[in-house]
Ligand binder design. Structure first.
Ligand code: AMP
Length: 193
């Protein structure tokens, strides 16, 4: 993996652990020579993640739509900032240039991004690993709910298993490195998206 996309909150959240997790994740990414791809903002957990990478000399690509550039306060110290025309273009470019995806704690935008990348994997648009870094138990209930979706026969077990989870960055990256995407006959070519 050369680049990992991190989805995370544009707010800091109420626990210091959420911001602190960006330091531990940046340590691990930089030590493995993995660059960060993220939404380009300088605020909240997003800003902390970029700051932590920059402070360690890591490579950071920010991708932000023009329409959000003011609202989200673009980070000024990134290795590379790519301005795009829409949210859809942002998410497509994030997927295209990244080798895997991690969600840190975040709000609706983070959840939407995580579930979109999972559904793209379910459809076979990509075969890249997706994981949540479950900081301070933030994602406990989401994980519980996903198990419920399987119990209720609305999500197939092999698709539930696409979402990796760990409490520590090293453990999560280890799971991502050995990830095998589910085999599926009816997968649709990326060009059909
Ligand atoms: P949040 O987790 O809501 O703080 O948002 C984190 C990131 O997700 C920010 O970069 C937002 O621009 C982005 N975002 C917010 N809403 C959406 C949405 N509806 N679709 C995709 N991304 C979003």
């Amino acid at each position: 993996m050369k680049k990992i996309c991190v989805y995370c909150g544009s707010s800091p959240g109420r626990r210091p652990e959420y911001l602190a997790a960006t330091q531990a994740l940046a340590d691990e990414l930089v030590s493995r020579n993995i660059g960060l791809v993220y939404g380009g903002a300088g605020i909240g957990i997003m800003g902390a993640m970029a700051d932590a990478m920059v402070a360690r000399g890591g490579h950071v690509t920010g991708i932000i739509p023009h329409v959000l550039a003011n609202r989200e306060v673009v980070h000024s110290g990134l290795s590379e900032l790519r301005m795009v025309d829409s949210m859809h273009e942002r998410k497509a470019l994030m997927e295209d240039i990244s080798d895997g995806f991690i969600a840190l704690p975040g709000g609706l935008g983070t959840l939407e991004e995580l579930f979109e990348i999972l559904t793209w994997s379910q459809l076979g648009f990509h075969r890249k690993p997706c994981g949540v870094l479950n900081v301070a138990g933030y994602y406990d209930r989401l994980i519980e709910f996903l198990d419920h979706t399987v119990a209720e026969a609305l999500v197939a077990p092999q698709y539930r298993q696409m979402l990796l989870q760990a409490e520590e960055p090293a453990q999560l990256l280890g799971l991502m490195e050995s990830y095998q995407a589910p085999a599926k006959d009816h997968r649709i070519a990326k060009s059909a998206r």
